[in-house]
Design a protein around this ligand. Structure first.
Ligand SMILES: *Cc1c(COP(=O)(O)O)cnc(C)c1O
Length: 369
């Protein structure tokens, strides 16, 4: 038995008639860019999140870039984000012309360490871009309190946290805006690239929507130099179908995670779920002392694993010129050598989960903390 890391084939088989019909409808209507399918998905997704607006764009990275530009972030500004996140969070900050300022991750939940945010604020700080990493919300109420105290904007990176909640409220409804990715492997994934920004602000919605459509404020007139980053009709139609199944898949992820944790707690560092969080397990990330050997053994047993992420962002080549040192990020720089992601998706069977558990129990060595 093989255990796929993500299983888009099985998922497609379970919803094939709905998907095939939705794609045929788009073809029949030739609504390829924006149009009625994109508008319908924007409405449905805003409703699901509980935001006033959703603006569909071409991918999550563009959503972050456009949203931050719309919040007025640009050259000369600094934006605070987490040391361990996917590169795109920082990449989007850099694309605005601002400089990313990294804060270490907390040792228990692996999200931005809110106790260390204030020390990173300077007169140039314009915003915080907190990430709800692996599907678990960060302590977003505390992030908001710091932002209010210092007059900073907040752009939540919700690319891994569709449907996650903090203190009962959906992640992505705390900040000025939140940006989702619908990359195929995300909890809600399109069949290509797609993303969106959600916000309650009419002004930000309008700005981002215009910016991502060549700066148009009218079909024939361009009020600013924008970009071409729009959601396409096929992706929107797929996403509308999949949104109807998202809660079922999310519950399956949560149940799988709980079974993993019960089976693995004694042999490796398992993900801890904050009592205030609904963790939607985009990724199930453990820590082991012997990662390279562990991954090799797992692979040979037919179980693929991942690493999210191999190097803390302040230490990667792209940000070498910012001059960060590993000692400034004691948690992220230790964990980067220990973290390993196990197969996680909404179609894992109990047999597959138990096979993963059995193999992890055979091969994992507990890290020293
Ligand atoms: C996937 C991801 C993004 C980027 O989304 P794309 O749609 O791939 O551009 C941004 N931030 C995080 C944390 C992600 O996981």
């Amino acid at each position: 038995m093989r255990v796929p890391f993500v299983d888009l084939k099985t998922q497609y088989q379970t919803i094939k008639p709905e998907i095939d019909q939705a794609l045929a409808d788009v073809l029949g209507n030739c609504a390829f860019i924006g149009g009625k399918y994109a508008a319908a998905f924007e409405k449905d997704f805003a409703g699901y999140i509980g935001s006033k607006h959703c603006v569909g764009v071409a991918n999550g990275t563009d959503a972050l870039h456009a949203a931050m530009r719309g919040l007025g972030i640009g050259p000369g500004d600094e934006v605070i984000t987490a040391a361990n996140t996917f590169f795109a969070t920082a990449e989007a900050i850099s694309h605005t012309g601002a400089v990313p300022v990294f804060v270490d991750n907390d040792p228990v939940y692996y999200n931005i360490d809110v106790e260390k945010i204030e020390a990173a604020i300077t007169p140039k700080t314009k915003a915080i871009a907190p990430v709800h990493l692996y599907g678990q919300p960060c302590e977003i109420d505390k992030v908001m309190a710091i932002a209010e105290k210092h007059g900073l904007k907040v752009c939540e990176d919700t690319a891994q946290s569709h449907g996650a909640k903090w203190q009962g409220k959906t992640a992505g409804t705390f900040g000025d805006c939140a940006c989702y990715s619908f990359y195929p492997g995300k909890n809600l994934g399109a069949y290509g690239d797609a993303g969106c920004m959600v916000t309650d602000s009419d002004e930000l919605r309008e700005w981002v929507s215009n910016f991502c459509n060549h700066g148009r404020h009218d079909h024939l007139l361009h009020g600013m130099v924008g970009v071409n980053s729009r959601m396409d009709g096929f992706q929107a139609a797929v996403l509308s179908v999949k949104l109807r199944h998202l809660e079922t898949w999310t519950e399956a992820r949560i149940a799988a995670a709980s079974r993993y944790t019960d089976g693995l707690r004694e042999v490796c560092a398992v993900p801890e779920v904050n009592a205030d969080a609904r963790h939607v397990f985009h990724l199930y990330v453990i820590r082991v002392a012997n990662r390279d050997e562990f991954r090799k053994n797992m692979q040979e047993a037919g179980i693929p694993t991942g690493v999210h992420y191999l190097k803390a962002l302040p230490l990667i080549a792209a940000y070498e010129d910012l001059g960060y040192r590993p000692e400034q990020f004691p948690v992220a720089s230790k964990y980067q050598d220990e973290i390993v992601s196990l197969p996680m998706h909404g179609d894992l069977t109990s047999e597959q989960i138990d096979l993963v558990i059995e193999n992890v129990r055979n091969f994992a060595q507990m890290p020293e903390d």
